[in-house]
Design a protein around this ligand. Structure first.
Ligand code: PLP
Length: 407
């Protein structure tokens, strides 16, 4: 019998992660996702969820989900291509396509799945993908599954994308340019209009993952394509129904020819069961709400601007955000961890984010407000950030923050 400990590599790696302050500790939610939540036994102001519009616990969505269970049961019982496609799924796809102003939409289990589903049918061996340096992990994995050559261009840099396409495209059969719409850790927006022009000039397919733009950017939350007025131009729009829409699920939207093709080929559609009736129906209710009114989207942006200004006047570095995603840049992963812990002790739940989610040395607290937060909630949050920021020497002890905010 071998005396070699075949699990030792795991202990060594965990010790290494601990020593680098990179071990993730996972908190337990003890109430529904909302502006305030019970977390690990404490009632805290929630700045952690992607529940942008406060729909995750919205009465209309809850009621629709309950009704769907009564009619359709709880499980899909099959993959979409065998017996898992219900009238609910088709209705949601029709409604999502109409909401986004595209010919067709395919609803899948998650945004993560959407990227696994959409890329491989379009490019494969012998093709090339041009991918933004900071693209989301699910895009990167989707690209790897496609087995095309991956060429990374510099973040949000259309001229570098142009140069990389000129250099590499001739060696391959066809190309695909793919970018996040809103970058989830920095909150900056891809220059999709310029990227589209570059790709179009070279005859390269285009795909944008609008997970953090859907329900946030554009007219009434119609997303980044609407924000730039690029309707009918981007080949594939990926979205998620797990963030602003408050439920779960992913969407692949675009021209009927392309979406129908992905429907035939996508492995998450062929080999993983469909979304549940309750989820699918709740997504339909979310689309209803977004089409009825823009109030929640407006509230989200009003809150986001207030919080960003407040943090800046306290002296925090809020990075390059152009959206409600608000990074509080701290640099050191240990400080970010300590900061998050102190916030929590003072009643604010905001996560420290470090490597590998963001590059080494760019650790931060990511603050996510929602339309479910009131002005008083935000003021409470700002006061706690001021207190912790001063205690940890991140911001100067003396600022005119309160003065600025009250004026
Ligand atoms: C969150 C996110 C996803 C994953 O979406 P889920 O629906 O949670 O699986 C995909 N892409 C981007 C850019 C994201 O930010």
């Amino acid at each position: 019998m071998s005396t070699h400990d075949k699990h030792n590599f795991i202990r060594e790696d965990i010790d290494h992660l601990k020593s680098e302050n990179l071990l993730i500790s996972i908190r337990t939610m003890e109430s529904a996702a909302d502006g305030w939540m019970m977390v690990d036994g404490s009632r805290v102001l929630n700045f952690c969820t992607n529940n942008y519009l406060g729909l995750a616990n919205h009465p209309r969505l809850l009621q629709t989900a309950k009704q769907a269970i009564e009619i359709w049961g709880v499980g899909p019982a099959a993959v979409r291509t065998i017996a898992g496609t219900t009238a609910l799924h088709l209705e949601l796809e029709r409604r999502l396509a109409a909401f986004k102003g595209v010919e067709d939409a395919l609803f899948v289990q998650s945004g993560f799945c959407a990227n696994q589903a959409a890329i491989a049918p379009l490019v494969g061996k012998g093709d090339v993908i041009f991918s933004d340096r900071l693209n989301h992990a699910s895009i990167i994995d989707g690209c790897r599954l496609a087995r095309a050559k991956i060429i990374v261009y510099e973040h949000n840099d259309p001229s570098d994308a142009d140069a990389k396409i000129s250099e590499h495209l001739p060696q391959y059969r066809r190309g695909l340019l793919v970018s996040d719409g809103v970058f989830s850790m920095d909150g900056d927006i891809a220059p999709l209009d310029e990227l589209y022009e570059v790709a179009e000039r070279h005859g390269v397919l285009t795909m944008v993952d609008d997970a953090h733009g859907e329900g946030v950017l554009g007219h009434g939350g119609r997303g980044i394509v609407d924000h730039f007025g690029l309707h009918g131009k981007i080949d594939v729009e990926i979205g998620t129904l797990s963030k602003a829409f408050g439920v779960i699920g992913g969407v692949i939207a675009g021209k009927k020819l392309i979406i129908d093709y992905i429907r035939q080929k996508a492995r998450p559609v062929l080999f993983s069961s469909a979304t549940t009736p309750a989820d699918t129906a709740a997504c339909l209710a979310a689309v209803d709400l977004l089409e009825e009114s823009e109030i929640l989207v407006e509230k989200l942006w009003e809150n986001a601007r207030y919080l960003q200004q407040g943090m800046q006047s306290l002296g925090f570095d809020t990075g390059n955000s152009q959206t409600p995603i608000l990074p509080i840049m701290l640099g050191d992963a240990g400080i970010a961890k300590q900061f998050s812990r102190s916030l929590f002790e003072n009643g604010v739940f905001a996560m420290g984010i470090g490597f590998p989610t963001v590059p080494q040395g760019l650790a931060r607290i990511r603050v996510m407000n929602t339309a479910a937060h009131t002005r008083e909630d935000l003021d409470f949050g700002l006061d706690v950030f001021a207190k912790v920021g001063k205690e940890l020497d991140v911001i100067p002890y003396w600022t005119f923050d309160n003065l600025n905010r009250m004026s």
